[in-house]
Design a protein around this ligand. Structure first.
Ligand code: DGJ
Length: 714
């Protein structure tokens, strides 16, 4: 247990001029901060868990200021920069007190209060430590009591310092339908920025996540690294700056781009949470720590189950009516999944939503397509024994809509410039409280009128361009930050009334994938690209930071691979189908039904188990990963063969995470009707030690083939 860490303590620095040490421990990591005699806060250590005796020695070592303000003697990237009312652009921060509060047996929050001696500016640094999970969160609160508003031009959530021989940065980049491409490079002197400026979403080109290996590159099971991600559904920035002495600082937070924040006296600018973990055992351990934290704390209903579903987007697009949908309810039932999810196209009358150029914003059922309304659909679905979910995109509007006609001043748009469309739509000015009320009311009224709605897919199909909030008038540089805060405040209010309703976070494919939003959402849409070959890589990428139960993966008709391969890929996440079930052959339907049964039997291991990435598709023509439950009694192996060259002889895949002493039965599942397992070890028993040292001959040389193997303790 955490021991003395969780004993509440507090200190007032002014009371004594002695040096103080503030230690934030998790099971396997320590962050040691030292408050010097003059109140300067130093980072003395961050890394592998150290003993109390070592920590005491560390406190003598005051090498780097922890949260560096701009305007003083430091010439590198600052954590914070403030321009005071009188134009003075400097801050000198000294710690005036600190405290640690126990939240529960696993979690304690340390807060250090920093103040400027001359200007009435206060900065609270928070460090929340999750002991068992080995995860830390840090964020700040900035406030002041000056006569007029101040401008905060840099506002990091975290500044961390490292001293290693080499630094290896793993970042994830992409674009629509090609998300989460992993790249690793050595940091060189100067500054490397990974950021986004998309406004309504964190990512598209860059994802708000990174891994930083110290000294040598890490592997899955070896190496020292920090994995970090910012919980912010908007512009983010990670700055990695290597100074002339080869020391590195990592500054993480909201992107300062075009965002000099005008802050009134008495108001607090709270920065988003930077979530990070230190691992001395490679990337696999870092991912498992983040997954476990996410399930316990980071994701709405993180421990709960998820619905399997049939979505109609790929199969029908906008072309459906009540009758067609009722038929799809039957197919949902036939498939055996829990829910039918009705996608885009069900609303708007004056400008019907028959394609993406009209109707967005007019959230009344389209009378032609749905003459009896949503209520009828919900009842029909319920009568047929399936749940009903629905798509919305409440922050956006088509200019061809009644909403736009009535409220042309409710959109973000630049004066004296033409409106700039993306997917024929504009972003609503969510900073405006009337727009927030509109969005809240739209969702609330839909749910009040149709209490049977069991699920929402909340989409957001564009980023901000020509960004200007008519509501904010002369405070335009607050727009990016206030938009995201407004988004959270609408969700906060909705969650008070609908605390458990599952909601998928979608953003024209990926884009809104971050732990700031996942406090309110149960899962996310990783990419519009559902070609299973691409999905192996995309899902692999997300697996570094997000647990499988948050990754919506649907079987669709993208890609030419077999239905088995497509299904096997979708089963490593939260399984769904978005496919024309009526076009399936008898065998395909039978295979899919069996797959749903298998998935339901194994979903608890897939969702809540510890994940081990075994063979990496970036360096091999195959990909293998597995999940093992906490008690090591059940495991599932997913094995995908990509483009092996003719004659490739694969080595056996060595499993991980099992109990070497236990005996397990190995059984290949998800076999297509009429086929049989080619796995040499199928239906035999092995010790965990055998499976982890010798492995399974599961890989095949034929491209786009796959196996799922269920491993059960005897
Ligand atoms: C983009 C999403 O990513 C798709 O899944 C689908 O919901 C469309 N929007 C609907 O417009």
């Amino acid at each position: 247990m955490i021991g003395c860490l969780l004993v509440f303590f507090a200190g007032s620095i002014n009371m004594s001029k002695a040096q103080k040490q503030v230690v934030v421990n998790t099971q396997n990591s320590s962050l040691v901060l030292t408050i010097g005699k003059d109140g300067t806060l130093y980072q003395s250590y961050f890394g592998k868990r150290t003993s109390d005796a070592t920590q005491k020695q560390l406190s003598e070592k005051q090498d780097v200021e922890s949260y560096v303000p701009a305007g003083g003697h430091d010439l590198f990237e600052p954590a914070i920069r403030v321009v005071h009312t009188d134009g003075n652009p400097s801050l000198q921060l000294k710690a005036v007190d600190y405290k640690t509060e126990k939240i529960n047996d696993d979690n304690a929050v340390t807060t250090i209060t920093l103040k400027d001696a001359v200007y009435p500016v206060k900065v609270l640094l928070h460090f929340s430590a999750f002991y068992k999970e080995d995860v830390l969160k840090s964020w700040t609160e900035i406030s002041h009591q000056e006569a007029k508003p101040i401008r905060v031009t840099n506002f990091a959530s975290s500044m961390l310092h490292f001293n290693a021989d080499h630094y290896w940065l793993t970042q994830f980049h992409g674009d629509w339908a090609e998300e989460m491409k992993m790249q690793e490079s050595e940091l060189t002197s100067g500054i490397k920025i990974v950021d986004s400026k998309l406004g309504t979403r964190a990512d598209m080109y860059q994802t708000p996540v990174f891994m930083l290996s110290l000294n040598d590159k890490s592997t899955e099971n070896t190496g020292e690294l920090v994995a970090g991600t910012l919980g912010w559904t908007g512009n983010f920035q990670f700055a990695f700056e290597l100074d002339p002495t080869n020391k590195l600082r990592v500054v993480s937070g909201m992107n300062p781009y075009a965002s000099d924040y005008v802050l009134d006296a008495g108001k607090v600018l709270t920065t988003p949470e930077f979530v990070f973990t230190y691992s001395a055992q490679g990337k696999g351990k870092a991912s498992r720590s983040l997954h476990s934290w996410a399930r316990n704390y980071g994701v709405l209903n993180g421990k709960g189950s998820r619905y399997t579903l049939l979505n109609n987007w790929e199969a029908t697009q906008f072309d459906f009516d009540e009758k067609k949908l009722e038929g799809l309810f039957d197919e949902t039932k036939q498939l055996g999944v829990d829910m039918f999810l009705l996608d885009d196209g069900w609303f708007a009358n004056k400008y019907p939503r028959n394609n993406d150029d009209a109707g967005l914003g007019d959230w009344q059922e389209n009378k032609k397509k749905l003459p009896n309304g949503l209520g009828h659909l919900v009842r029909e679905a319920t009568d047929k024994g399936v749940k009903f979910g629905i798509w919305i995109e409440p922050e956006m509007v088509n200019p061809k809509s009644e909403l736009y006609e009535q409220h042309p001043d409710w959109v973000l748009k630049l004066q004296n410039r033409p409106e700039d469309y993306f997917r024929n739509q504009l972003v609503l000015d969510l900073v405006n409280p009337r727009v927030q009320q509109f969005v809240y009311d739209m969702v609330d009224q839909m749910l009040t009128k149709n209490p049977g709605i069991a699920y929402i897919k909340w989409d957001c199909n564009r980023m901000m361009t020509n960004t200007f909030s008519p509501y904010l008038k002369d405070r335009q540089s607050n727009t990016y930050i206030d938009y995201v805060k407004a988004f959270y405040s609408v969700l906060e209010k909705l969650r008070q009334k609908y605390p458990t309703l599952p909601i998928m976070l979608c953003s024209g494919g990926s884009g809104r994938i971050d732990y700031g939003a996942l406090k309110y959402f149960t899962e996310f849409w990783p990419s519009d690209n559902t070609d299973p070959y691409e999905r192996v890589f995309i899902q692999w990428g997300y697996s570094y930071f997000f647990p499988s139960k948050t990754l919506s993966s649907h079987v669709t008709s993208w890609g030419k691979q077999s239905l088995k391969f497509r299904t096997d890929v979708a089963m490593m996440g939260r399984l769904g189908f978005d496919i024309d079930v009526a076009k399936m052959t008898k065998d395909e339907l039978k295979f899919s039904q069996d797959a749903v049964v298998n998935y339901k039997r194994l979903s608890s291991v897939i969702w809540n188990g510890n994940m081990y990435r075994l063979i990496d598709p970036y360096h091999n023509e195959r990909a293998d990963l597995m999940y093992v439950d906490d008690s090591k009694t059940k495991a599932v192996l997913f094995s995908y063969n990509l483009h092996p060259r003719y004659g490739t002889d694969w080595t056996p895949v060595k499993l991980e995470g099992l109990d070497p002493e236990k005996t397990y039965t190995v059984k290949e599942i998800n076999l297509f009707p009429g086929s049989h397992s080619e796995l040499a070890e199928n239906s035999k028993q092995f010790t965990g030690e055998y499976l982890m040292t010798t492995g399974l001959n599961v890989s095949k040389s034929k491209e786009y083939t796959s196996s799922i193997v269920e491993i059960t303790q005897q």
